[in-house]
Design a protein around this ligand. Structure first.
Ligand code: HEC
Ligand code: HEC
Length: 296
C-alpha cells in the first residue's frame, strides 16, 4: 500500500484507488461482488461438511498411512468390489460349467459361449495384453492371435495346451519345447554360410537377389533346417517352427532380421497359465482366442 495517509479518489467513478500505479494506470479499490463472496463462503462451509461426512484427509496412524473415513463410511473400492462380486455370482453357475464341460460342448451352447467370450476377453486384458497387445494383434516377437497363421496350432485343443503349459517355460515339464540353434554364435555355420542360407530363405518368398548364393543356401537348408522347417520351408506345428514361405514374420522378414534369427536364435518364451488361472478362466480364454478369427 502507498504510504500516503489516505488514497486518492478517482474523479470519474468517485471510488477510492488502492494506491497502486503502473505507468499512470491506477487501480480502483472496488469490493468483490456480493454474489462471488457468498459463493466463496458457501464453498468453505460445504468443504467442512464434506470433510466430516466423506473420506477426506490422509494421516499417519500407528499402522501406517490411512485417512479419515467420514461419518457415512462411503468407500468406492467397496462399491466396485460389491458390484464385481455380484457379476461373478451371477455367472458362477456358467463358469462352473465352462470349467468342467468339453470345450466343443461349451462352444455349442450360445449362453455359455457368451459368458466365455466376456470372461475370456476380460482375462485377456488382464494377463495377455501386455505381450500380445490389447487387440491380440501381437508385435515383434509376440504372435498375432487374430490371423490364421499358427506356430503351434489353432484348434481349441492346441490353444488350450499352449495356454496351460506355456512355450519354453522352464517351470512346466510339459511346456511346448523346441529351440532353434544359434548357428552363428554356436559356430555351426560361418557368416558366409548364414548369408547364403538367408538368401535361400528370401528365395522361398521370391525375394532373392543372388541366385547363386540362394543355390548354395538351399544345400545348407537341406542339411540344417528341414528337420524343423520342412523340406519346402513351410514349417512344422508339432515343433513350433514357423512357415518361412509366407509374408508373416515373428522377428522380421528382411535380410538382416533373417540373418539375426539364424545367427543367434530367438527362443521366445510364453508363461504357462495352468497353475495361475483356474480351469474355467483358461477354457474361457481358449474359446476367446479361438474366436478371434484364426480358430481352426
Ligand atoms: C510374457 C509375454 C507373454 C504373455 C504374458 C502371454 N504370451 Fe502368449 N506368447 C508369447 C510368445 C513369445 C509366444 C510365441 C512363442 C514362440 O516363439 O513359439 C506366444 C504364443 C502364444 C500362442 C501360440 C500362438 C501360435 O501361433 O501358436 C497363444 C495361443 C498365446 N500365446 C496366447 C496367450 C494368451 C491367451 C495369454 C494370456 C493368458 C498369453 N498368450 C500371454 C508371449 C506371451
Ligand atoms: C530345432 C528346430 C529348428 C531348426 C533346425 C531350425 N529352426 Fe528356424 N526356427 C525354429 C523355431 C522353433 C523358430 C521360432 C522362433 C523361436 O522362438 O526360436 C524358428 C524361427 C526361424 C526364423 C524366424 C522366423 C520369423 O517368423 O521371424 C528363421 C528366419 C529361421 N527359423 C530360419 C532357420 C534356418 C535358416 C535354419 C537352418 C539354418 C533353421 N531355422 C533351423 C526351429 C528351428
Amino acid at each position: 500500500m502507498s504510504d500516503s495517509p489516505k488514497n486518492e479518489i478517482d474523479d470519474v467513478t468517485g471510488v477510492e484507488t488502492t494506491g497502486h500505479e503502473w505507468d499512470g494506470i491506477r487501480e480502483l479499490d472496488n469490493p468483490m461482488p456480493k454474489w462471488w463472496l457468498y459463493t466463496f463462503y458457501a464453498c468453505i462451509i460445504w468443504s467442512f461438511a464434506y470433510w466430516i461426512v466423506m473420506p477426506a484427509w490422509p494421516y499417519l496412524s500407528t499402522e501406517g498411512w490411512t485417512y479419515t473415513k467420514g461419518v457415512i463410511g462411503y468407500d468406492q473400492r467397496e462399491v466396485v468390489a460389491r458390484e464385481l462380486g455380484a457379476v461373478a455370482e451371477g455367472r458362477a453357475d456358467e463358469m462352473q460349467q465352462i470349467a468342467t464341460l468339453a470345450l466343443e460342448d461349451t462352444a455349442a451352447d450360445p449362453t455359455l459361449m457368451e459368458v466365455s467370450l466376456a470372461a475370456g476377453k476380460a482375462a485377456f486384458g488382464d494377463n495377455c495384453a501386455p505381450c500380445h497387445g490389447s487387440g491380440a494383434q501381437g508385435s515383434w516377437g509376440f504372435p498375432n492371435l487374430n490371423d490364421d497363421v499358427w506356430l503351434w496350432g489353432g484348434t481349441l485343443g492346441d490353444i488350450h495346451y499352449t495356454l496351460t503349459h506355456g512355450i519354453r517355460w522352464e517351470a512346466d515339464d510339459n511346456t511346448r519345447q523346441n529351440v532353434m540353434m544359434a548357428y552363428g554364435r554356436d559356430g555351426v555355420l560361418t557368416r558366409r554360410e548364414i548369408a547364403d542360407v538367408a538368401e535361400f530363405v528370401l528365395a522361398l518368398s521370391g525375394r532373392a537377389d543372388d541366385a547363386e548364393a540362394a543355390t548354395r543356401g538351399a544345400e545348407i537348408f537341406g542339411e540344417q533346417c528341414v528337420t524343423c522347417h520342412g523340406a519346402d520351408g513351410q514349417g512344422n506345428r508339432e515343433l513350433g517352427a514357423p512357415n518361412l514361405t509366407d509374408a508373416v514374420w515373428l522377428y522380421g522378414g528382411e535380410r538382416a532380421s533373417i540373418i539375426e534369427s539364424v545367427s543367434n536364435g530367438r527362443s521366445g518364451v510364453m508363461p504357462a497359465w495352468g497353475g495361475r488361472l483356474d480351469a474355467g478362466t483358461i477354457n474361457a480364454l481358449t474359446l476367446y482366442v479361438h474366436s478371434l478369427g484364426g480358430g481352426e
